[in-house]
Ligand binder design. Structure first.
Ligand code: AMP
Length: 115
């Protein structure tokens, strides 16, 4: 895959408000938040989209991503009331950045009408 802006965020070449980091995962505030809490959780490994995932190869990384989502939700105080995780894949979902990412949204009751 070709490099995206998220690779530059991983390398700290452009600024982002980082809320969690370990050797496999980075989580930072979305620059255009759609909810009071809107964090993007990304693997440091460059994978463009969900359809590029291979269960055997990426199982540990996926587990790390979801663990990070839970940890950030807990630390930002939205775990108890609930939150939404969204992964856009491709054109019809409106995926803008071709680096796999989970949107973590919360901090208010969320509507549901993505279609
Ligand atoms: P998606 O449409 O699922 O590909 O989501 C991409 C997300 O990346 C959007 O919500 C953007 O607001 C967000 N985004 C793009 N550039 C940046 C950036 N430099 N820092 C933080 N979030 C960004």
């Amino acid at each position: 895959m070709s490099e995206t802006i998220f690779s530059k965020i991983i390398r700290k070449e452009i600024p982002a408000t980082i809320v969690f980091e370990n050797d496999k995962v980075l989580a930072f505030n979305d620059i255009n938040p759609k909810a009071p809490v809107h964090v993007l959780i990304i693997p440091k490994q460059e994978i463009a989209r969900v359809t590029d995932l291979k269960p055997a190869e990426h199982a540990e990384m996926l587990s790390e991503l979801f663990s990070a989502a839970n940890k950030v939700a807990e630390e930002l105080g939205i775990a108890k009331d609930g939150f939404r995780l969204v992964i856009n894949c491709g054109k019809n979902a409106g995926q803008e950045v071709e680096h796999l990412h989970i949107h973590l949204l919360g901090g208010k009751p969320l509507g549901w009408s993505p279609g």
